[in-house]
Design a protein around this ligand. Structure first.
Ligand code: PGA
Length: 247
């Protein structure tokens, strides 16, 4: 049985003091071990939020990471910096990073490998544009993202990885994929993982849906057989996050 995982992606929101206030407001509402709960926060908020969630069941996540150990990479954050600060999860290859910061399947793959080396759990994102969906090439496109992004990951390591399916047209638009649409792609992702490894291994990997998940639609989405929780943007910044965690 795969344990559900609900991760908040705070994106570029909340100053350090605002982040602490949000974490403190949410902690009593979402401090459960029925599902894995993760706050993925901006880099500068990591240390204060780590302190604010200390002693709770909530895990800390980052929103990005560089694939080198250390050195002359101005502005970047290393995996060791994250683990030393208490980070357990890291979102990699979010569509906003691909779109605005030129991330490619190749850089995402390097990051996934490096994160695993440091015992960080990658939440690797994939998802199609509206144009790709309308052209009917969603599954082909996602197959490529999965195969390239997870290329060369061992069978042992792959079961630690979380995959987040986030159709770009559903992110921040209030337009959620229907549970059937989301399930179709999540099942296809599991199929690709089954081809890359084997069926038994693929059954162990958690696949989240992301894109306008809210307190009202979470239960239906998470009830689908191949959807193991959600990556939540907008609604993770509000009290409503509790309705998603406690779906
Ligand atoms: P959203 O964002 O929930 O605001 O649509 C999801 C995401 O981008 O991870």
């Amino acid at each position: 049985m795969r344990k559900k995982i609900v991760a908040g992606n705070w994106k570029m929101n909340k100053t350090p003091s605002e982040a602490v206030a949000l974490a403190k407001m949410l902690v009593p509402l979402v401090n459960t071990d029925k599902v894995d709960v993760v706050f993925c926060v901006p880099a500068i908020d990591i240390i204060p939020v780590a302190e604010a969630i200390k002693g709770t069941k909530i895990a800390l996540g980052a929103e990005n990471m560089y694939f080198e150990e250390s050195g002359a990479y101005t502005g970047e954050i290393s995996p060791a910096m994250l683990t030393d600060a208490g980070v357990k999860y890291v979102i990699l290859g979010h569509s906003e990073r691909r779109q605005y910061f030129a991330e490619t399947d190749e850089t995402v793959n390097k990051k996934v490998k490096k994160a695993l080396e440091h015992n960080l759990i990658p939440i690797m994102c994939c998802g199609e544009t509206l144009e790709q969906r309308e052209k009917g090439i969603t599954i082909d496109f996602i197959r490529t993202q999965i195969k390239c992004g997870l290329n060369g990951i061992s069978k042992d390591d792959i079961t630690k990885v979380v995959v987040a399916y986030e159709p770009i047209w559903a992110i921040g638009t209030g337009k959620t994929a229907t549970s059937a649409e989301a399930e179709e792609v999540c099942a296809a992702i599991r199929g690709v993982l089954g081809e890359m490894y084997d069926k038994e291994t693929a059954e162990k990997i958690r696949i989240q849906y992301g894109g306008s998940v809210n307190g009202k639609n979470a239960a239906e989405l998470f009830a689908m057989p191949d959807i193991d929780g959600g990556l939540v943007g907008g609604a993770s910044l509000k009290e409503e996050f509790k309705d998603i965690v406690n779906y």
